[in-house]
Write a protein that binds this ligand. Structure first.
Ligand code: GLY
Length: 372
């Protein structure tokens, strides 16, 4: 175990978010107290997570339960319909709570179902992946995918609480862990410089969940939650500042779409997107710190995250075409009237958002950075 105590500066989210986010080992048991105000509680869980952890969550097995497939397969129209039918059969009402147990796909799906059922019931999340704990479960974004693009149908529906227990992270696959690390690097790019330095310093230990003790894991998650909350607090529905949290995502979503959903983990696509975004800043002369592209590249390498498509597991067997990437980009939901807008990092903790880039510059980035 790595002896990090101060992986990130501790700060409470109390003044930033309207709901509690518990990030320590006590989170596992806290749900019983937190659900007390609700007349009924139902559970939607990733079937794989349920098989692994259901029995270790005292009392959870007594709740009416709906299981969904792991990963992006949960984020479909059909799965949304089944979950809404389940809520109806479970006699959920507007004073009920839907508890989600699983990764970002389950909190996205469950949040959307809860926001729609009877025009809105409460939701709360127990995220079990690093990506879910540092990003997806925080901030109230909900979504399912369409063939035309990722997260094209969604709402904002803030959870009542989020319980991020580090014990769940111990059983993550290498791929799931790496996926979360992509969002951790994004978070560090949006935080104050010392967070980046600490991450850089401890990158070796962060390569696997086993490299950190529970306290360091909790601090890592808490630090990312605080950073995220700082960007959400002034702009919960993403009209300005919250757009910063889409750093790496316009490129990343296009990669996920081009590869086929589920072929490349979301956070790994985001990691690739971060490199593309910082290169776009450099090429367009926007960097405040000229060293930033090198710093991002070095940290991604230290964390064993890919720098280009050929470094990805899927990259070995499945070539990506420029056409598929262009189509994926075209469908990204953050495009305005079909023109993609980008979040560009210019220094640690400083980003520009809503930056349009000419199509030929984006093509050149795909070719020179991702497909090189
Ligand atoms: N994942 C980006 C956001 O929640 O705004």
């Amino acid at each position: 175990m790595h002896p990090i105590q101060e992986l990130v500066p501790w700060q409470s989210t109390e003044n930033l978010l309207a709901y509690p986010v518990l990030t320590g080992a006590e989170a596992r048991l806290a749900w019983r107290d937190l659900v007390r105000p609700f007349a009924r509680v139902a559970l939607v869980a990733d079937e794989h997570v349920w098989a692994l952890h259901g029995a270790s969550m005292p009392g959870l097995e007594e709740l009416p339960r709906h299981l969904v497939p792991a990963g992006e397969k949960a984020k479909t129209w059909a799965q949304l319909g089944s979950l809404l039918d389940f809520l109806a059969h479970a006699q959920a009402s507007r004073d009920s709570l839907l508890l989600t147990l699983g990764g970002g796909s389950v909190s996205d799906l469950g949040g959307l179902a809860a926001s729609l059922f009877k025009r809105g019931m409460a939701v709360a999340h127990i995220p079990t992946t690093l990506l879910g704990q540092v990003d997806a479960a925080i901030g109230g974004k909900t979504a399912v995918n369409l063939d035309a693009g990722k997260n094209l149908v969604g709402t904002f529906h803030a959870p009542r609480f989020v319980l991020a227990d580090p014990a769940f992270l111990r059983t993550l696959s290498h791929e799931e862990w790496r996926s979360g690390l992509g969002e951790v690097v994004k978070s560090a790019l949006l935080a104050k410089a010392p967070v980046w330095q600490t991450l850089d310093q401890h990158a070796q230990a962060l390569r696997t969940p086993a490299g950190l003790g529970d306290e360091a894991l909790s601090r890592l998650v808490a630090g990312c939650v605080v950073t995220k909350a700082q960007w959400i607090q002034p702009d919960p529905t993403e009209n300005h500042a919250r757009k910063a949290l889409n750093l790496g995502h316009t490129f990343g979503h296009a990669i996920e779409h081009a590869a086929g959903y589920g072929r490349v983990p979301h956070g790994v696509a985001v990691a690739l997107g971060l490199r593309l975004a910082v290169e776009a800043s450099a090429r367009s002369g926007r960097l405040a710190d000229p060293q930033l592209p090198g710093r991002v590249e070095t940290l991604l390498q230290r964390l064993a995250l890919p720098l280009c498509w050929a470094d990805c597991e899927a990259g070995a067997s499945e070539p990506l075409t420029l056409d598929a990437l262009r189509t994926g980009m075209h469908h990204d939901k953050k495009g305005a009237a079909g023109a993609a807008r980008f979040v560009l990092p210019i220094d640690i903790g400083r980003v520009l958002w809503d930056v349009p880039l000419p199509a030929d510059e984006v093509d050149a980035l795909w070719r020179d950075v991702l497909l090189a």
